[in-house]
Ligand binder design. Structure first.
Ligand code: BTN
Length: 321
């Protein structure tokens, strides 16, 4: 019932009377009052004025699955949303739950991660104010299709940031989201498969949202929505937008990206047309990225004028962190 009350208070600009709430929810006014009290204890600031009713003044800055999933009607991503105060890593939590048979579509999000993981064995610093989450999917795909699912996820986050903030967010192939020269979001995908049968994929996404600054060592490489827009973002609202876009791009990918999606992805990809370095164990290769294949590999023309197809590994782009 608390979710219903919040929904109603959010949808009204002014006060909503206790009578209207009790009629709308089909419960007694005492039940309304008890739930308002419980919401206040959760940190919601709700004004109440005699003869006028209740008005929502401020919501706590906490991810709340009731708000995030309200009105969210997705096909694949976020069928069930669980938020946690603290966890080692949302990827690890999803992997544990997947091993116990959890269904496709789950999202685990956390306010803090004590062991946030990045790509290439790096750590992902996860202070409060970010959105750290992992999506569990069980798509009917071979394991070698997983890098492309990750591309679809990066594309979804990029579209959400553009839609919600109007910022010129771009994709740094394969799936970092950048604003200008700095990184806003990283994605770490892990999977479990038996021979060529995929069991599940865990797509872990970290977005810097209300971070007001970063430690010295990453200050020049990282950015946040707060730094870019100068104002705090309502994380629940933004997260809903992110999930909606992820569901669109991942669902499109699962039935096969349209040529329009592919062209749009390339248009948003900062890597294309830039000088890049491919870091390989046997040495670096320099070249210019010029296209992305329908299966998501990066095409590079090397300095020696040969063509290189890159499907994983680290590619650095000149001018971007
Ligand atoms: C990278 O750019 O190196 C990938 C970073 C991925 C971070 C996210 S935060 C949520 C999820 N849980 C983790 O431990 N990692 C991913």
């Amino acid at each position: 019932m608390k979710a219903e009350i919040l929904k109603k208070l959010r949808s009204e600009n002014g006060y909503v009377s206790g009578e209207e709430l009790s009629r709308h929810l089909g419960v007694s006014r005492t039940a309304v009052w008890k739930n308002i009290k419980a919401l206040r204890q959760e940190g919601y600031v709700i004004d109440s004025v005699t003869n006028k009713g209740y008005r929502l003044i401020e919501s706590p800055d906490r991810l709340d699955p009731r708000i995030i999933s309200s009105g969210l009607n997705t096909s694949n991503v976020g069928k069930r949303i669980v938020t946690m105060d603290k966890v080692d890593s949302t990827n690890d939590e999803v992997k544990r739950r997947a091993a116990q048979g959890e269904e496709s579509g789950l999202i685990i999000a956390a306010e803090n991660q004590t062991g946030g993981k990045g790509r290439f064995g790096r750590t992902w610093s996860s202070p409060e104010g970010g959105i750290y989450f992992t999506i569990l999917l069980r798509p009917d795909l071979p394991p070698n299709a997983i890098p492309s699912v990750t591309l679809a996820a990066g594309y979804g986050v990029c579209l959400a940031v553009r839609e919600y903030t109007g910022l010129d967010a771009r994709i740094k192939w394969p799936n970092d989201i950048v604003i200008g020269r700095r990184k806003l979001c990283g994605i770490l995908t892990e999977m479990a498969a038996q021979s060529d049968m995929l069991d599940y994929v865990a797509i872990g996404i970290g977005i810097n949202v209300n971070h007001t600054g970063f430690p010295e060592e990453i200050r020049n490489k990282a950015t946040s929505l707060y730094i870019e827009t100068g104002k705090k973002t309502d994380r629940n609202d933004f997260f809903k937008c992110v999930i909606k876009n992820l569901d669109n791009t991942i669902s499109s990918f699962l039935v096969g990206f349209s040529s329009e999606d592919m062209e749009n992805f390339k248009r948003l990809c900062v890597t294309i047309g830039r000088q890049v370095t491919v870091h390989r164990p046997d040495g670096n290769i320099l070249g210019t990225a010029y296209d992305i294949t329908p299966t998501g590999e990066l095409l590079i023309r090397t300095e020696e004028d040969s063509e290189l197809t890159v499907n994983s590994g680290e590619v650095t782009v000149q001018g971007i962190y």
